[in-house]
Design a protein around this ligand. Structure first.
Ligand SMILES: [Zn+2]
Length: 211
């Protein structure tokens, strides 16, 4: 009853075009984004990176709305897109732990949610995998990477991430989760930090990557 009432007062809107829709994406937009979503696995220097599509067109629209549009509910849409990708799921299942890139506590309070943590949580709910947010933490506030140039970006993420409870992940296979991979500085710093815990293997999953 209450759920029905809430649904009537706040009807669902499509995460891409913003029009009222029966689900978090309207059929028209789903048809468009479907062609942009695939399974990608790219080898970087010391880790593999899995992603669903390139950070452009509808995927970009959706991620921007999710991150900056006060739209935590869109994690429900992302998990559906992830679950539909059987190759990705097979790969995720090879790991012992998924760890989201953390946010600084103050920034998380301002936004109300950590978009990456929510995605990791939804993955944990749907497939049998451990998830932890108490190993990798962010200890300092820094500027938004997208506002900086390449050189500043490298400096900006130095010494802002830290690990604790390292025993938990020692000799384990870890999948680090983030939303967008651009220059990769954030992810590289987190990987570097997690390696200090003597993990067995570490790779990365992001929703989208720039070309
Ligand atoms: Zn739409």
């Amino acid at each position: 009853m209450l759920k029905k009432l809430i649904q009537e007062i706040f009807p669902k809107v499509c995460g891409i075009c913003g029009k009222i829709s029966k689900s978090w994406i309207c059929p028209k937009c789903y048809y468009k984004i479907k062609n942009e979503l695939k399974f990608f696995a790219v080898k970087q220097k010391s880790f593999k990176i899995y992603f669903l599509g390139f950070y452009e067109k509808n995927i970009r629209k959706l991620l921007l709305r999710y991150k900056f549009g006060d739209s935590a509910y869109l994690s429900n849409l992302f998990i559906e897109l992830i679950i539909k990708n059987s190759k990705l799921i097979q790969n995720i299942k090879q790991y012992d732990y998924i760890i989201p890139v953390p946010m600084f506590i103050k920034n998380k309070k301002v936004r109300g949610y950590n978009q990456t943590e929510l995605i990791a949580k939804r993955i944990k709910e749907r497939i049998d995998i451990e998830y932890c947010t108490d190993v990798l933490i962010k200890i300092k506030e820094n500027k938004r990477q997208s506002t900086l140039n390449e050189k500043e970006r490298i400096e900006n993420v130095k010494n802002v991430y830290k690990i604790q409870n390292t025993e938990k992940i020692k000799n384990r296979d870890i999948l680090l989760i983030d939303d967008i991979y651009t220059t990769g500085n954030t992810v590289k710093q987190c990987v570097k930090e997690l390696k200090k815990a003597k993990v067995h293997r570490i790779d990365v999953f992001v929703i989208a990557k720039t070309r």
